[in-house]
Ligand binder design. Structure first.
Ligand code: ATP
Ligand code: MG
Length: 393
C-alpha cells in the first residue's frame, strides 16, 4: 500500500502575512535534510506538508530525520487511497489492523476538505466505523474514550487513513533561518551544546567557535567538539566550526596576571575573539552555556565582567536552569554521552585554586592592563581553522 508522510507545523501558523515565507523556509529545510536519504516529492496544502518518498524502505529514516527539524510539531505516516468509500474502508482495515485488536475501544474520525465527496465527515466516520466493527473481531466502539482513533482525511487530491496514536511528536520551535544567526561558544562540556540547541529551536542559524589549547588539550578533545557539532548539525544542518588557538593567550595570562583573576581574563578574551569571528560572519549575537551561579565565573558579578568587553548581545538560554535540568536536555538531544567523554577542556587546564566569585570590573581591568590584548587577539585570529561540520547521519 502506498504511504505518505503528513507533517504538521505549529507556531508558523500564527505569523500572519509572513506565514508563506516561514512555510517555504520549513520546506527548504526539510528538503535539504532528506535529500541525501531518498528521492522525495514535497507539497503543501491546508497547513499540512505532504512528503512522498520514492523508495518506501527509506520512510523510517526520513521520519527519524524529520523528528529533528525545528518548526515541525507532528509527523504521521498515512495510507494513501482513492476517494471512494470502498477504498477508504479497505485501506483502514489493512493499515490499522495491528492496532485494532479484540477488546480495543476505538472510534473513527473523518475530515472532508473535498466537499464533492458524497458523504459528509460525520457520515463517513459512521460508515467506516461500522465497516471496521463488522470486519474486525471484538472491537468496542467508544467515541468518548477510545484507545485507538482511526483518522480519515479526504483532501482535494487523495484520501488518507492513519491511526492517530502512531503520530510522532516533532521538536516544535521555528524553522532554522527564521531567527537570524548567532555564534555559539562551544566547549566540550555538557552545557554549551544544549544552549546551542535551545537557540536553534527558535530558528537561529548557528556558527560555532571552540578555543583550543594544544598541546595542553589533545587532538581527541578537538574531535569531541567536532562530534558535538555534528550532533547539533542534525538539528541545524551544516555548522561552520572555528577552532581558535588559545594556548599563547592562556600562558601569557598565567605568567602575568594574578591567579585568582585568570579565569575571568581568559573569558574576556574568549568573548572578544568570538565577537570578532561573529561580526565577520554576519552573526547577530553570541551564545554561551552559562548558568547563573554554576561556577565562580558565572556569578552575576562575573558575568558583568565578561559581558563588558563585547557589544553584541550575549544569549544565555541556560541562565535559569539547574544542572540536572541541563543534563536531562543533553540526554534528550543526544549530546550527553559525548559531552562526558573525559578529554580536557582548555578551561580546566588553567583553573586557579581560588577564583574570585565577586570580582570588581576595575580590578580585573587593572590586572589585564599589563597585557597587549589587541595584539594577542590578532595573533590568535591569525591561526583560526575553519571546519565545515555536516550532520552525523
Ligand atoms: P560547558 O559544560 O559548556 O563546558 P561549563 O559549565 O564548563 O560549560 P565554563 O567552562 O565556565 O562552563 O564555560 C562557560 C561557557 O563558556 C561554556 O558554556 C561555553 O559557552 C564557553 N566556553 C567555555 N570553554 C570554551 C571553549 N574551550 N571553547 C568555546 N567555548 C567555551
Ligand atoms: Mg566547559
Amino acid at each position: 500500500m502506498k504511504e505518505i508522510i503528513l507533517v504538521k507545523y505549529g507556531e508558523i501558523i500564527l505569523k500572519g502575512g509572513n506565514r508563506p515565507k516561514f512555510e517555504n523556509m520549513l520546506i527548504k529545510n526539510i528538503s535539504n535534510a532528506v535529500k541525501n536519504i531518498a528521492e522525495t516529492r514535497i507539497t503543501i496544502a491546508q497547513a499540512t506538508i505532504y512528503i512522498e518518498v520514492e523508495d518506501e524502505d527509506k520512510i523510517d529514516i526520513v521520519c527519524d530525520r524529520l523528528a529533528k527539524i525545528f518548526g515541525i510539531v507532528s509527523i504521521t505516516r498515512a495510507a494513501v487511497c482513492e476517494k471512494t468509500l470502498e477504498s477508504i474502508e479497505s485501506a483502514a482495515i489493512a493499515y490499522c489492523r495491528d492496532s485494532l485488536k479484540p477488546g480495543i475501544r476505538f472510534k473513527v474520525e473523518a475530515k472532508r476538505a473535498d466537499k464533492k465527496f458524497p458523504l459528509n465527515s460525520v457520515e463517513t466516520a459512521i460508515e467506516v466505523g461500522g465497516f471496521l466493527d463488522e470486519n474486525c473481531d471484538g472491537l468496542i466502539v467508544d467515541v468518548h474514550n477510545p484507545e485507538v482513533t482511526v483518522q480519515v482525511e479526504i483532501r482535494d487530491f487523495s484520501a488518507f487513513v492513519y491511526c492517530r496514536e502512531n503520530k510522532i511528536k516533532g521538536p516544535g520551535g521555528m524553522p532554522i533561518g527564521s531567527g537570524g544567526k548567532a555564534t555559539l561558544l562551544l566547549s566540550g562540556g555538557i552545557d554549551s551544546p544544549v544552549a546551542g540547541h535551545m537557540m536553534a529551536k527558535r530558528g537561529t542559524e548557528i556558527d560555532a567557535v571552540n578555543f583550543f589549547s594544544f598541546p595542553y588539550t589533545s587532538e581527541r578533545a578537538k574531535e569531541k567538539v567536532e562530534e558535538l557539532a555534528a550532533i547539533l548539525a542534525q538539528y541545524t544542518s551544516k555548522i561552520n566550526l572555528y577552532i581558535v588557538p588559545f594556548t599563547d593567550i592562556q600562558l601569557v595570562i598565567r605568567d602575568n596576571c594574578p591567579e585568582e583573576h585568570m579565569t575571568l581574563i581568559m573569558r574576556r578574551f574568549m568573548m572578544q575573539i568570538a565577537e570578532r569571528i561573529a561580526f565577520k560572519n554576519k552573526s547577530q549575537a553570541l551564545i554561551t552555556g552559562e548558568s547563573a551561579g554554576q561556577v565562580a565565573s558565572q556569578t552575576l558579578a562575573a558575568l558583568n565582567v565578561t559581558n563588558s568587553v563585547v557589544t553584541m548581545p550575549v544569549l544565555r538560554p541556560l541562565i535559569g536552569m539547574d544542572k540536572t535540568e541541563i543534563i536531562e536536555r543533553a540526554r534528550e538531544i543526544n549530546t550527553f554521552e559525548t559531552s562526558i567523554l573525559p578529554y580536557e577542556d582548555c578551561c580546566t587546564v588553567f583553573t586557579p585554586k581560588h577564583p574570585t566569585t565577586n570580582p570588581k570590573l576595575s580590578q580585573i581591568e587593572k590586572s589585564e592592563s599589563v597585557l597587549d590584548v589587541d595584539g594577542l587577539i590578532k595573533n590568535s585570529l591569525g591561526g583560526v581553522e575553519k571546519i565545515e561540520i555536516y550532520p552525523r547521519l
